[in-house]
Design a protein around this ligand. Sequence first.
Ligand code: SF4
Ligand code: SF4
Length: 68
Amino acid sequence: MPKVIIDPDVCKSCELCITACPKNIIDIDKKMINDKGYHPAIVIDQEKCIGCSACAIMCPDCAITVER
Ligand code: SF4
Ligand code: SF4
């Protein structure tokens, strides 16, 4: 199963990965706040990930790694 890792310290909450994900399994973690003051993105349903890497390609800050 593919694994998506989002580095919460690098994320700046632009939401581009959320828009890019065809499975709609990325959301903003409103409960967490990083050192830069942003709510980072999280994968909410890892099991539905198809490993397409669209999220990682879209991220302007290279915060996302997809392991397949
Ligand atoms: S790899 Fe594809 S399916 Fe998985 S979280 Fe990223 S965009 Fe969504
Ligand atoms: S695209 Fe990158 S910086 Fe933007 S919300 Fe997603 S992980 Fe964060």
